[in-house]
Design a binder for this molecule. Structure first.
Ligand code: FAD
Length: 563
């Protein structure tokens, strides 16, 4: 009866205006790739990005939506029909469809250590328009394990597993996972109790025993597991990192039992389990006493980098949902897109996402140079700091931007089947804690700065980035940089006594870096990029705690988005 109500027609138009290709919707991704990877490399990868932008919208997003709405979540199957222990995870066919679409995009195959980092990041950004969705974490864990095996694994491990980990086809690929966290702590990996002892019969093999508390991608074919060899030192120094195949005969679990799957706030389509290992056969990745380095430098650094890419994709989707809603939704006789306060809110969401993409693709440039063995010591130092600070900042921003998006949609924003925003919000909160909580990442940066004097390298790098800026004002960023470095030099030496000051100052440094990388892009970007850089600098760096943004600046940031 009420089909014709004008409000409903507006909503129908809004729903129908959803993009059918997220790559086509992101001119900014193209611009930033041009600025960081170069036009030629962007053009070379463009057909694959374009194809995947369509697949995310047409295949992966609908699949994840069905799984979440119908609560078709992974199930633990401990025994098979005839009572044999199998510890399988069963998924709905839509999950398999979505996973196949991710792998078949080549996301795992482009990571060959020779310049694939930009393509991997760009594909992952597009994928993350669906949130984590149960499919992003497996891709990240597999990429991390691929890097660990390629960089640190023995020739036998590489021969056996690398092809499967870096497959461009889902069928026959090997999915990876990484299990560090134990019940006594995730941040304190040095407190790991899971043990390893040499296998008496198989040369080079070890037996892993103990309990892991947070095991995402519990369905993986290959687990990377940190464990302490008998009589090894305490703390992180004594840890090994082992590759443990799920099964040795294609069916029977290799010395592990799943205790239960976790019932999570977000990333619900992902199987995260508690797992008991009891004599599981594994092989060390790298030296037996290098486990912590392998875990941090190969697994966690990959996850932290891609976590930031994922948070950024999530922000982009939230902005797209909110901006198109504002275009169609009417209140008090006009579309809400015409209301100044709504416009400003949207402009700030957009600037936040642009800043996150900007700092994260600058980080990707460093990953790319390290992969090619082209990075100088300064770039390696900047990478070390940025991978942590950027993960912290972008994951916090993602939660905030999705929250803002929910607000723009009003009450509809809280409804599960109205938009993906509730799902994105839940996933964003999980992104904040896994791969390192905020305080722990800040503490890590403090330790690294004390030990390796990273701050000087970072200041010099920021200076170089700013020196490329030709037609935008760099003064406010330079003063903020000078101020925060003076503060940080004091705080870093204060150890734990620095308390919350450390986090506030590192946050400011993160904002200086984002303002800088945005300014760097203004040299090749147009007026919109200059406007975004300017709005971001006054919103996030301005001395004025209550900035008022000129309407004309907000209009320039929004460009054609609301027309
Ligand atoms: C959905 C989900 C999936 C996960 N999947 C995996 C997985 O597959 N593999 C895996 O290994 N882990 C996984 N984790 C675990 C995750 O990495 C940990 O939750 C995270 O590292 C934090 O550890 P914790 O939960 O034990 O918190 P804790 O270490 O107990 O920290 C609690 C609080 O204390 C603070 N804190 C602790 N130490 C310090 C310090 N030194 N300085 C300042 N503050 C400190 C933290 O910031 C935090 O706020 C997953 C987590 C989630 C939520």
């Amino acid at each position: 009866m009420n089909e014709e109500l004008p409000g409903r027609e507006d909503l129908v138009r809004w729903a129908e205006s959803r993009p059918t290709n997220y790559y086509e919707e992101s001119a900014n991704l193209r611009d930033v790739l041009d600025a960081r990877a170069g036009i030629e490399r962007r053009r070379e990868m463009e057909p694959r990005l374009h194809r995947f932008g369509g697949v995310v919208a047409s295949t992966i997003d609908p699949a994840v939506t069905i799984l979440e709405h119908r609560r078709e979540l992974p199930a633990h199957v401990p025994y098979d029909a005839v009572g044999r222990r199998v510890d399988r995870i069963e998924f709905h066919p839509e999950y398999e469809r979505a996973s196949a679409a991710v792998w078949d995009s080549g996301l795992l195959a482009c990571d060959d250590g020779a310049g694939g980092a930009f393509e991997q990041a760009a594909l992952f950004y597009l994928l993350s328009h669906v949130g984590e969705g149960g499919v992003a974490c497996p891709a990240v864990c597999t990429a991390g394990l691929g890097r660990a095996v390629a960089g640190r694994g023995s020739p036998a491990l590489r021969d056996r597993y690398l092809g499967g980990l870096r497959s461009a086809r889902y069928a026959g690929s090997l999915r990876g996972s990484q299990f560090l966290t134990e019940v006594q702590g995730g941040s304190d990996v040095g407190a790991n109790l899971v043990g390893a002892r040499r296998d008496a019969e198989i040369e080079g093999a070890w037996r892993i025993t103990g309990e892991k508390w947070f095991c995402s991608v519990a369905d993986a074919d290959l687990f990377a597991v940190t464990a302490r060899p008998e009589s090894a030192a305490e703390g992180t120094r004594g840890l090994g990192c082992f590759l443990v195949p799920r099964t040795l005969d294609g069916a029977t679990p290799n010395g592990f039992r799943i205790r239960q799957l976790k019932d999570k706030l977000g990333t619900r389509c992902l199987a995260s389990a508690e797992i008991d290992f009891d004599g599981a056969l594994g092989w060390p990745i790298g030296g037996i006493d290098e486990g912590f380095h392998v875990a941090v430098e190969e697994l966690l650094n990959t996850s932290r980098w891609l976590n930031a890419v994922g948070s950024t994709g999530l922000m982009r989707r939230s902005y797209l949902e909110a901006v198109s809603f504002a275009r169609h939704r009417r209140a008090f006789g006009r579309t809400i897109a015409t209301i100044a306060i709504v416009r400003e809110q949207l402009a700030l969401m957009k600037a936040e996402e642009y800043a996150a993409l900007s700092s994260t693709l600058a980080l990707t440039g460093l990953v790319d140079r390290i992969d090619r063995d082209d990075a100088d010591p300064r770039e390696r130092a900047v990478h070390r700091l940025l991978v942590n600070v950027n993960k912290y900042r972008t994951s916090l921003s993602a939660t905030d931007v999705v929250h803002q998006g929910i607000e723009i949609l009003g009450g509809n924003g809280t409804i599960e089947n109205f938009s993906p925003l509730p799902r994105l919000y839940r996933d964003a909160v999980v992104y904040e804690s896994w791969e390192g909580t905020h305080n722990v990442l800040c503490a890590q940066v403090q330790r690294d700065c004390t030990r390796l004097n990273l701050l000087d390298d970072v200041v010099a790098w920021i200076g170089e980035e700013l020196s490329t800026v030709t037609d935008a004002e760099t003064g406010p960023v330079e003063s903020a940089l000078a101020e925060v470095t003076t503060q940080l030099r004091e705080t870093i030496g204060a150890g734990e006594g620095a308390g919350g000051r450390l986090r506030r100052q590192l946050d400011r440094l993160a904002r200086v870096i984002q303002a800088t990388t945005l300014l760097h892009e203004t040299s090749s970007g147009g007026d919109e990029k200059r406007a975004v850089a300017s709005l971001f600098a006054s919103a996030r760096l301005g001395a004025d705690r209550d900035p008022s943004f000129a309407t004309s600046l907000v209009d320039r940031v929004l460009g054609e988005d609301l027309s």
